[in-house]
Design a protein around this ligand. Structure first.
Ligand SMILES: Cc1cc2nc3c(=O)[nH]c(=O)nc-3n(C[C@H](O)[C@H](O)[C@H](O)COP(=O)(O)OP(=O)(O)OC[C@H]3O[C@@H](n4cnc5c(N)ncnc54)[C@H](O)[C@@H]3O)c2cc1C
Length: 387
């Protein structure tokens, strides 16, 4: 029976004196949720509960991290995660963007650490284990369904994979539920979406002893842009980013049409083994929004990672942002709890907004740099959105 194997849950007693340690719920067990748990448990003694709706999905998209992510993991005491043989070193990127001559971005010039192509499932599991080792209680297959405010904190209702429901009270809630922002949206917080692209991704096996580069590869094309990265376990991910209307009009969800489009690329296709180019993909469709909540904190709650704000995958910054938010949020909650004043949580929100503005500038700069296709709808849409 599922429930028998769960770690202890907080009491349903909602009186403030019922617990000596503050009960904190983290909704979502991705990089942002795990990093928040680690940061909180490093900062002080808390009862940290992580609830994740997901149970056992082994394929996760989003895998490339720059050296800046290694530096955050080091500060969270988790450097060893990246020395795991399951993750691949990534020495930088090569992009055909704005010019047909490839441009290089070398990570070895960055002094803070190495870049990686993660085995994303393994990475998320390692983060979970690290948080559990520090004392976090982790609940898989628990989906947040409803939220009710109490004098202090919130009463949360969960739907479990076995079909049962549970209601629990927490003093503080961290929304780490990804782009869904499941907790904040239930409180009525608005999500501002200023751009949305669709990614058609596929993972292929590489032939034995393939000499495919371990750099991330990017190529701008008339209908959007291609991304390819070698993955651990002799695999490669290839993704086409475009607009939903273009994908519909050109039928690009059809594996054959996606493959025809890949073969029209000038650079990416030459970096891929012919065995991969000859296969039809099993496509996964992922929505990627440039978006931010109108507020990423409130009385007894805050949001981290994609729940707080999400970036275009062109920047490869989503995991790094998730780790950074988690680190900052843990410290902010601890200081607010110690000082009985929520100024540090307001400061956290200011930081998230500032970083989002920096992201918007970077995104605009990147899309403006590609002028060869400026008459094509995908590129016109990106420039139009810059106002
Ligand atoms: C196509 C694509 C490619 C990308 N490539 C990269 C890349 O190369 N590098 C990079 O850094 N970033 C990349 N990203 C972005 C990156 O994947 C995200 O920014 C990152 O996963 C955010 O982490 P998170 O912990 O905030 O959210 P998530 O990883 O989305 O985790 C959220 C968790 O919350 C859980 N959840 C949701 N709703 C509920 C609920 N109601 N109750 C309980 N649990 C819930 C989900 O099950 C999930 O496990 C990419 C994104 C896309 C779409």
């Amino acid at each position: 029976m599922l429930e028998a194997s769960h770690p202890p849950l907080p009491s349903n007693d909602t009186s403030e004196t019922s617990c000596k340690l503050k009960n904190i719920a983290i909704i979502g067990g991705g990089p942002a949720g795990a990093a928040t748990a680690l940061s909180l448990l490093k900062a002080g003694k808390y009862n940290v509960h992580v609830f994740d709706a997901n149970q056992g999905a082994k394929i996760k998209i989003g895998e490339s991290i720059p050296p800046a992510a290694s530096a955050i993991l080091k500060r969270l005491g988790q450097s060893k995660i990246l020395s795991d043989a399951d993750h691949l070193d990534c020495t930088g990127s090569v992009s055909v963007w704005g010019d047909k001559t490839p441009g290089h971005n070398d990570f070895w010039l960055v002094p803070v650490g190495k870049g990686f192509h993660l085995d994303r499932y393994r990475f998320d599991q390692q983060m979970k284990t690290a948080a559990e080792t520090l004392g976090a209680r982790w609940f898989e297959g628990w989906q947040l369904r409803s939220v009710a405010r109490r004098n202090t904190g919130f009463k949360l209702q969960f739907h479990l994979v076995n079909g049962s429901q549970r209601q629990l009270h927490f003093d503080f809630v961290v929304d780490a539920s990804g782009q869904a922002a499941s907790f904040a949206r239930k409180l009525g917080v608005v999500r501002n979406v200023f751009d949305e692209v669709l990614c058609l991704c596929a993972i292929f096996s590489l032939p034995k002893n393939s000499n495919m580069t371990n750099r991330s590869l990017v190529e701008a094309v008339d209908n959007g842009w291609w991304y390819a990265a070698r993955l651990p376990g002799e695999r490669v991910i290839i993704s086409l980013t475009s607009d939903v209307e273009i994908i519909k009009a050109k039928g690009l969800k059809d594996p054959q049409k996606w493959n025809d489009e890949l073969l029209k690329s000038q650079f990416i296709k030459k970096q891929l083994p012919s065995k991969v180019l000859q296969q039809l993909p099993e496509l996964q469709v992922k929505v990627a929004r440039s978006s931010i909540l109108s507020g990423v904190m409130g009385e007894d709650w805050l949001a981290v990672g994609d729940a707080a704000c999400s970036y275009d995958p062109l920047t490869s910054a989503g995991i790094t942002k998730a780790l950074m938010h988690g680190e900052l949020a843990g410290v902010a909650i601890d200081r607010a709890w110690q000082s009985k004043h929520r100024r540090t949580i307001v400061d956290y929100q200011t930081k998230v907004f500032e970083q989002f503005n920096q992201y918007v500038s970077l995104r605009n700069q990147l899309y403006r740099a590609e002028t060869r296709f400026h008459k094509q709808p995908f590129w016109k849409n990106r420039l139009f959105l810059q106002g």
